[in-house]
Ligand binder design. Structure first.
Ligand SMILES: [Zn+2]
Ligand SMILES: [Zn+2]
Length: 167
């Protein structure tokens, strides 16, 4: 289930954080309110460069950092230098592929909300959001990997025919 913040949720977060609402910041909020994906910072920048060419990379990145610090979006790190933003405020599981680096929401029902009470009862921690990252390989990447292994085996069978005659 991918629930979305509205643009007003993002604008209010910025206002409450003491940020002035400029056209460029509004454009970033508008993009986040409508993307169904988990965009990287450069995804956001490239999308806006088409519709708002005056928007600088620094402004996009600063606005994303501000929204992250304000808790309006959640940063997901994949590998060493790959960051995605999660715009889905509902407790949910992200499926993170280590090969194609795509991040998708798992659509099934997961009792993460029940965890809030358990955690609160044990630690007093008041959670406002919960994302669980499940890290691994997507179905497409597994199929590609099987293809690669098969081609490697075929290639080695062609380049070393003597193995067959020796047996
Ligand atoms: Zn993949
Ligand atoms: Zn997600």
């Amino acid at each position: 289930m991918h629930t979305m913040h509205t643009i007003h949720d993002y604008l209010n977060a910025l206002k409450n954080g003491g940020y002035r609402i400029t056209d460029q910041r509004r454009a970033v909020c508008d993009f986040l309110a409508h993307t169904p994906t988990h965009p990287t910072p450069s995804d956001v920048y490239w999308a806006l460069s088409l519709t708002h060419p005056e928007t600088s990379r620094a402004t996009v990145y600063n606005t994303l950092n501000a929204l992250r610090d304000l808790g309006a979006i959640v940063e997901i790190s994949v590998g060493s230098d790959h960051t995605h933003y999660d715009t889905n405020p509902e407790p949910h599981v992200n499926l993170v592929c280590l090969r194609c680096e795509q991040v998708v929401d798992y659509d099934g029902d997961v009792p993460l909300a029940a965890l809030y009470e358990t955690v609160r009862a044990h630690t007093g921690f008041q959670a406002v959001s919960a994302q669980v990252q499940m890290v691994g390989f997507c179905a497409e990447c597994q199929a590609r990997r099987r293809d690669e292994i098969r081609r490697q085996l075929q290639a080695s069978a062609i380049t070393s025919p003597r193995e067959e005659t020796n047996q």
